[in-house]
Write a protein of this length. Structure first.
Length: 387
């Protein structure tokens, strides 16, 4: 509960008038002071009334590409039984406030407001909660209360179509053999029989030994496994326009394009960020959130020395056979660490965004694509022939 400037003035006047009235025995001043105090008390009681409101919201859609339209529909229901609601309310949409008129909202009735959600920038736009301000008729006391939950709208990076995908490396039990465009089947493990499994895959010798049906689990080892490494270090993207690193935005678009193309081709893909990623105070992790949502929530990190640790992990774990490293002009200093991964990853491609000068040919023996934005990266990507 907050008292307005008018309320403070009236309360001070009440105290002064009551003090003077009692001190000098002026009943008129005492009466005026008592009236002023009663007005403040009445205002506090009136503003303290808490209306019963049920708030629901629906995003249409809740996930959208940057620049595409998105809207939020807010429904407020007066769940009270006796009094109509005449309130001042506003809904938070990112950094702006959207006025919500709640005038003469009778018991059991709804009020619906629909407004556009800004999608000009990539990110997670928090919408809500509804903030209702209750004032007394004299404007002496104002009480603001939140209603409803916060609903996020995920603004994904733009996706540029990619027609080419890496062919990968076919592997056998004896090791890596060659690059192949089509898959082959290799034994991976045994598991218990499940209704619907092909009986031709039953391993009868093991089934007889353990006393229940066991089937062979095969995997296609020749399909390429893509690893997308997005450089979100602040040092890699030093240039800012209105506080936004456009090279990082372009790198996010390139990452989204590669991930989407891999999913459409039914290829396994893993996306990693160089620096730590935080979502609403917690870690997003490597697999706990869809890749496009992680890209929407990705922010620049101040840990400029994180690249060496990530490349060490990639070398030890060997998470795939095709590595795509996406960075900005400041990230070219770390291409030596990425080039050292060529032994573990047969195909390594580097995308550099926003650099004033092209990357020198043959840097660390890598395939380097210099691009201004995500659209140019997509065009250059389709022209790569050496994976």
């Amino acid at each position: 509960m907050g008292i307005t400037a008018r309320g403070v003035g009236l309360l001070v006047a009440a105290v002064v008038l009551l003090g003077l009235g009692f001190r000098f025995a002026y009943p008129e001043l005492t009466l005026l002071g008592a009236a002023a105090g009663a007005a403040v008390g009445y205002a506090a009681l009136t503003a303290a009334w808490r209306p019963r409101l049920l708030v629901s919201r629906r995003a249409d859609p809740d996930r959208v590409a940057r620049g595409e339209p998105a809207s939020m529909t807010l429904t407020v229901r007066n769940a009270g039984r006796l009094r109509s609601a005449n309130l001042l309310a506003e809904d938070r949409c990112g950094s702006r406030a959207v006025p919500v008129p709640l005038l003469r909202l009778r018991p059991g009735r709804d009020s619906e407001v629909r407004y556009d959600v800004p999608t000009v920038r990539r990110g997670v736009v928090p919408v809500g909660p509804l903030r209702v301000t209750r004032r007394d008729p004299l404007g002496l006391v104002a009480v603001a209360r939140p209603y409803g939950e916060t609903a996020p709208v995920w603004v994904h990076p733009r996706i540029h179509p990619l027609t080419a995908v890496p062919t990968g490396a076919g592997r056998s039990l004896d090791g890596r053999v060659d690059g192949v465009p089509h898959g082959s089947i290799t034994f991976n493990s045994l598991r218990e029989y499940v209704v619907g499994d092909d009986l031709r895959r039953v391993h009868w010798r093991t089934s007889a030994r353990v006393g229940e049906l066991m089937v062979r689990e095969n995997v296609d080892t020749s399909l390429p496994r893509l690893v997308v490494l997005l450089d979100n270090r602040a040092a890699a993207h030093p240039q800012r326009v209105d506080g936004v690193a456009e090279s990082f935005e372009s790198a996010c678009e390139a990452a989204a394009s590669v991930v989407t193309a891999a999913h459409r081709a039914d290829l396994p893909v893993l996306m990693l960020l160089v620096g730590p990623e935080l979502v609403e105070g917690g870690s997003a992790g490597d697999a706990g959130m869809p890749p496009l949502d992680r890209l929407a929530a990705a922010e620049l990190s101040g840990e400029d020395d994180a690249l060496q640790g990530v490349t060490t992990r990639l070398r030890q774990d060997r998470l795939g056979d095709t590595l795509i490293f996406l960075t900005g002009p400041g990230g070219r200093d770390g291409l030596g660490h990425v080039g050292a991964l060529r032994g573990a990853y047969p195909s390594v491609l580097v995308g550099v965004f926003g650099a004033a000068e092209p990357t020198p040919a043959g840097t660390a023996g890598l395939v380097v694509v210099d691009a201004v934005d995500g659209a140019q990266f997509a065009a250059e990507w389709d022209g790569v022939r050496r994976w």
